[in-house]
Design a protein around this ligand. Structure first.
Ligand code: C5P
Length: 207
């Protein structure tokens, strides 16, 4: 199983960048749960303060482009891909090779879109079983169901970003072809084990 976790960091110059408040806790919990279920796990992790879990391979990356490349280099061997990372949608058009100096006027930062790693993996000719996460701050259900269709993934786990980011507990709604399944509020590791069990049922049912 190939899993992404954490935020990404998009450099503005040599000492500054754009990131988000993802702690990586949910992705790491999913990686642990997958490992405990017997999977061979590769965790592609953006910058987090979390220790590498034992018994799995962790690849450290920083930017969305690095995360994209690390995933693409390994996806052919994966049966399941779970995108838990909060990948930055945009990156500065150019990262300055020196520290920007302070001026007096306003500064404009031009941003360009990052590749959508999950959608790219899901669009492969023979994709692994793909699972997306959706962190929304409003209209959770409608946005999540639409996101599942747009990214063409069989399973999407939705949570409210303002509750999930950084916390030890979470609450998920899983969307798949059968409809919606609520996983009530619980520690992230408990939800991760339920999610992995759900994935195993869907991904390996025909084998
Ligand atoms: O569109 P949104 O960013 O809300 O989608 C979230 C899902 O897509 C997550 O599973 C996330 O890991 C994945 N994603 C990605 N690459 C991006 C943006 C999101 O893999 N550039």
């Amino acid at each position: 199983m190939l899993i992404t976790a954490g935020p990404t960091f998009e450099p503005i110059d040599t000492v500054r960048g754009i990131t988000n408040t993802s702690s990586g806790k949910m992705g790491y919990a999913v990686a642990r749960a997958a490992r405990d279920a017997g999977a061979s796990v590769t965790l592609v992790s953006g910058p987090t303060a979390l220790a590498a879990p034992r018994g799995l391979e962790r690849i450290d990356v920083s930017s969305a482009l690095q995360m994209h490349d690390a995933v693409m280099a390994r996806v052919a061997k994966a049966d399941v891909f779970i995108g838990v990372a909060a990948v930055a949608d945009y990156r500065p058009k150019e990262a300055k090779p020196h520290k920007l100096k302070k001026g007096t006027g306003t500064v404009t930062l031009e941003l360009q879109p990052n590749p959508d790693i999950l959608a790219t993996v899901a669009a492969r000719k023979r994709p692994p079983f793909c699972v997306g996460f959706a962190a929304e701050t409003e209209n959770l259900e409608a946005y999540a169901a639409a996101k599942r269709k747009r990214k063409k993934v069989p399973l999407l786990a939705a949570n409210l970003a303002q509750h999930a980011f950084g916390a030890d507990d979470n609450q998920l709604i899983l969307f798949d072809d059968q409809g919606r399944h609520e996983l009530p509020r619980a520690p992230k590791i408990v939800l991760a084990r339920q999610l992995v069990a759900h994935i195993a049922k869907l991904a390996f049912k025909k084998r």
